[in-house]
Design a protein around this ligand. Structure first.
Ligand SMILES: Nc1nc(=O)c2c([nH]1)NC[C@@H]1CN(c3ccc(C(=O)N[C@@H](CCC(=O)O)C(=O)O)cc3)CN21
Ligand SMILES: CC(C)C(=O)C(=O)O
Ligand SMILES: [Mg+2]
Length: 254
């Protein structure tokens, strides 16, 4: 799809009925995200989410998909070493039905990605803002704001590609930093809060449907006013990603 300049539409889902709705809207990649810690479980972060939680929601979502690729997040500390990562990925794929796993990382996780790759696990490397590190970072902030940290994220992308990652996802970086990452790799780059010049976009389902209570990340968009109904909002999101009308300038970082 990157080669054909066909934007990749990705969205989270956590249950059977919404998986069907998201699949019917023509979404290409459905993510069982650890954001379920926030939007399903009501935690303040993704830190408490377990492999078992993701497996359960994957099982529910898998039964609702007909066309989309099923990607699942490896939760915090479920890939801290190679053996643990392989066990965790095995659970998501064998019990959950996931077709690809996603892990948050930098070049420091290259050996983990390589071990998963050698074992035959399709991997998406999630770079830039790593929400699982919120207690270390002290908040959800834009990453790569100075030259040195931007260079470091580009290096992360290259190292994770070299380690065998199949897909990259970048969160919360400026549009120019996302463009630098994309230019440095051959893999498709899916963005969230990373500007319009990525190979695809991903958002959290509840944000797209406008039902997230409290503060919503600035880079997300409520498609319910435009779509008028759940199926309408999901189709409007897919269409906006494909037309590159999402994200707009107000939904990006400088
Ligand atoms: N509902 C929901 N949507 C998400 O996108 C999401 C979750 N939950 N939970 C897991 C992570 C956490 N994420 C977040 C949460 C907050 C910001 C945020 O408030 N960012 C600031 C940036 C501030 C700055 O440095 O300028 C923003 O204004 O968007 C970003 C990502 C993304 N993920
Ligand atoms: C927001 C996406 C990228 C994610 O990792 C999640 O939903 O957990
Ligand atoms: Mg996640």
């Amino acid at each position: 799809m990157r080669a054909e300049q066909q934007p990749i539409v990705a969205l989270t889902a956590y249950d059977y009925t919404f998986a069907q709705a998201v699949d019917n809207a023509g979404v290409d990649v459905v993510l069982v995200g650890d954001s379920l810690g926030n939007v399903i479980q009501g935690h303040g972060s993704t830190v408490p989410v377990t492999v078992e939680d993701i497996v359960y929601h994957c099982q529910c979502v898998a039964r609702g998909l007909d066309r989309a690729l099923l990607m699942a997040d490896l939760p915090f500390l479920s890939y801290a070493d190679e053996a643990t990562a392989i066990d965790s990925a095995g659970a998501l794929m064998k019990h959950g039905g996931a077709q690809m796993v996603k892990l948050e990382g930098t070049q420091d996780q290259a050996a983990i990605v390589e071990a998963l790759t050698i074992a035959g696990v399709p991997v998406c490397a999630h770079i830039g803002l790593q929400p699982q590190l919120v207690d270390k970072l002290g908040g959800f902030k834009v990453q790569g704001k100075d030259e040195q940290s931007a260079n470091r994220i580009v290096e992360d992308a290259c190292a994770l590609e070299a380690a065998g990652a199949d897909l990259l996802l970048v969160e919360c970086v400026s549009a120019p930093v996302a463009e630098r990452i994309r230019a440095a790799v051959n893999l498709p780059l899916i963005g969230i809060g990373a500007g319009v010049n990525c190979d695809g976009q991903v958002l959290v389902l509840q944000d797209v449907l406008g039902i997230t209570q409290g503060r919503v990340p600035r880079f997300s968009r409520n498609f319910m006013p435009q779509g008028q109904s759940i199926p309408g909002a999901l189709s409007a999101y897919a269409e906006a990603v494909r037309a590159r009308t999402f994200p707009d300038a107000t939904e990006c970082f400088e």
